[in-house]
Design a protein around this ligand. Structure first.
Ligand SMILES: [Fe+2]
Ligand SMILES: [Fe+2]
Length: 241
């Protein structure tokens, strides 16, 4: 917890502002303000979040006002990890960092509301997602990023939408965010493959992604759901081995 707060303080001090009136960012629509147009199905979760501040501050406030401080600290860790991976593997560190901050905003929607919220955004709900709605948070995070924060960069949005499962034909940013998310878990169950993932980054991002996908695939009988995107990503990266 202390570690997360320290990271948060550092981020707050050094991160650029995405405030539109201060020049904005290429990831945002220029003509709209963040918090401008919102789907009414999420109105209960917006509270009185102030959107006339940096996007980093606004996302943090959104998590805090929904009692998801822990998830925000996780997002800050993912953003830091994603930024480092972006530098290492040749992607925009700013885009990777922003994707990290935003990737779990869908978790503020309670599981029992996720299907309705997803449908209100016109998001397709697959059979496994209907059975285990938590997994819908990746698609809802994408929709909320567009809706609340007017994120318009498709690579960034698509990476958010598959950060839990990856997907076949994944982009570089998809893999960066997916791997950063897994590397930022700190529960003990993850320990066995985390070290292996870090080691395999010396070979490639794909190798690191493969470690996690293989772990899920090998334990699929114990999983509540194996998302079809994850199954396809696994088959693709392992050539069906
Ligand atoms: Fe997530
Ligand atoms: Fe996450």
């Amino acid at each position: 917890m202390l570690f997360g707060l320290v990271i948060g303080a550092v981020c707050y001090a050094v991160l650029p502002s995405y405030r539109l009136r201060e020049g904005g960012s290429c990831f945002l629509h220029e003509a709209e303000e963040i918090g401008g147009a919102m789907n009414s199905s999420i109105a209960d979760y917006i509270h009185d979040v102030q959107f006339n501040q940096s996007i980093f501050q606004a996302i943090g406030e959104l998590f805090r006002k929904n009692n998801h401080e822990g998830t925000w600290l996780h997002c800050i860790k993912v953003a830091q990890e994603a930024k480092q991976l972006a530098v290492r593997f040749g992607y925009s560190p700013e885009a990777a960092e922003l994707a990290g901050w935003l990737h779990d905003i869908g978790t503020i929607i309670p599981n029992e509301e996720k299907i309705a919220v997803a449908q209100s955004y016109g998001v397709e709900v697959l059979e496994g997602e209907a059975r285990f709605p938590y997994i819908l948070h990746q698609k809802i995070s994408k929709a909320m990023s567009q809706d609340i924060f007017q994120i318009s960069d498709n690579e960034l949005l698509n990476a958010i939408a598959c950060h839990t499962t990856l997907r076949p034909n994944s982009s570089l940013l998809d893999k960066i965010l997916f791997v950063a998310d897994k590397l930022s878990w700190d529960h003990s169950d993850a320990a066995p493959y985390l070290m292996e993932m870090r080691r395999s980054l010396d070979m490639s991002l794909e190798e690191a992604a493969k470690i996690y996908l293989t772990h899920v695939w090998d334990n699929r009988m114990q999983m509540k759901v194996v998302h079809p995107w994850l199954a396809e990503a696994y088959q693709e990266l392992t050539n069906g081995a």
